[in-house]
Design a protein around this ligand. Structure first.
Ligand code: ZN
Length: 369
């Protein structure tokens, strides 16, 4: 294929690319002429048995669960990676030109992407910063480790390779940065889903919508709804920024809270009602009306065996993430002084057959008075 264009899209750097097309939110810069993208992983960066190889496999799976025809087929053991060599590759480099990570891609004159490489900087991701703060990649998705939940108390922070790599794979497929709603092509380390003590990555609604627009809908049923504690906050250099959803009084007033572990814990009163915010997504092919159920749980893993205190029906289309609240009443029979978990499960009654059932729950932490 004639390689006439040499556009390089810097994934995490500051160079901006004119968008080929904008829709309601997502932005894309090019497309592959085929639905299957072949990616090759460096044998040095992703050796057999390493946690990074496992994480890359997870990223491949997460990407596969997008509702478009596009998918990425990973192969491993590439011993000769490099930019502009006719192969799509992913590797770690000690060259800080790649800080913290970037996707370099080339298009031909028709807008078709002909090569895309993903390079992660291997070292301190903020080492040009004048202060002592450090940040490193991690394959851990433990809530006690990931940057999305970091309380800033330590001078070392860990950015999730999984969600960042999934962000870079969005660039590989042709997506560009996006800042006007909660989405993975913005701040990737706060685009995660947590139930229990472990978080997970996922493509999310806007990314899914963009890929469907470029590549068309997958054949077969690819339905998925999800819920997360995070929401859209604002914009920074073209990236969406995200923050935690909160709980409020029934009239929208602030609640007193403290930090519990690395998450806010709200003081609530038995018998009183509260607004409980979460962000809901449809990461699938078609619109659905589903029900969210709200639970009180003794532990941070929310499941349908917990005590259900409310339900809320909502119609989720594949358009924009939906940040909203439900009003719930704290049961009067809870024991005062206890720390509990106020969780949600979207499609709790399992009306949908989903490609991924592990992004359906999220929680706030409460202390009962
Ligand atoms: Zn990027």
């Amino acid at each position: 294929m004639l390689r006439s264009a040499t556009t390089i899209s810097f994934a995490a750097a500051t160079l901006a690319i004119a968008a080929a097309r904008t829709s309601s939110a997502y932005v894309w810069i090019g497309y592959w002429p085929t639905d299957e993208i072949e990616m090759r992983a460096s044998s040095v960066s992703f050796p057999s048995g390493s946690s990074y190889r496992t994480a890359l496999g997870t990223v491949e799976d997460r990407f596969f669960n997008n509702p478009s025809k596009c998918w990425i087929n990973m192969s491993y053991g590439d011993t000769s990676v490099g930019i502009d060599n006719g192969q799509n590759e992913v590797w770690f480099s000690s060259n800080d030109d790649y800080l913290p990570a970037l996707t370099a891609s080339w298009r031909n004159g028709s807008g078709e992407i002909v090569e895309a490489d993903v390079i992660f900087f291997n070292g301190d991701l903020i080492d040009d910063d004048p202060d002592d703060w450090q940040e490193y990649w991690t394959t851990s998705m433990s809530k006690s480790v990931v940057a999305g939940y970091d309380d800033g108390a330590d001078e070392v922070r860990y950015r999730t390779f999984e969600s960042s790599c999934l962000h870079e794979f969005g660039h590989v497929a042709g997506l560009q940065h996006e800042d006007d709603e909660y989405n993975l092509m913005g701040q990737s380390w706060t685009h995660i889903y947590c139930n229990g003590s472990t978080c997970r990555s996922g493509v999310g609604e806007d990314y899914s919508d963009g890929l469907v627009d470029i590549y068309g809908r997958a054949t077969g049923s690819f339905e998925d709804v999800g819920v997360t504690l995070f929401r859209h906050l604002g914009s920074s250099d073209g990236y969406s920024t995200h923050a935690f959803n909160k709980m409020y009084s029934s009239s929208g007033g602030s609640l007193s809270s403290d930090l519990y572990g690395n998450q806010r814990r709200y003081s609530v009163t038995r018998g009183s009602s509260y607004r409980v915010y979460f962000t809901y997504e449809n990461n699938g092919e078609t619109s659905h009306t589903v029900s969210a159920a709200f639970y009180i749980s003794l532990d941070s893993t929310i499941d349908t065996s917990d005590t259900r205190i409310a339900t809320k029906s909502m119609t989720l289309g594949r358009n924009d993430p939906y940040t909203t609240y439900a009003t719930v009443t704290i049961p009067s029979d809870l024991i005062s002084g206890n720390t509990l978990y106020l969780g949600v499960i979207i499609d709790y009654n399992n009306t949908l057959s989903e490609v991924d059932g592990s992004n359906n729950a999220a929680y706030h932490i409460i202390k009962v008075n």
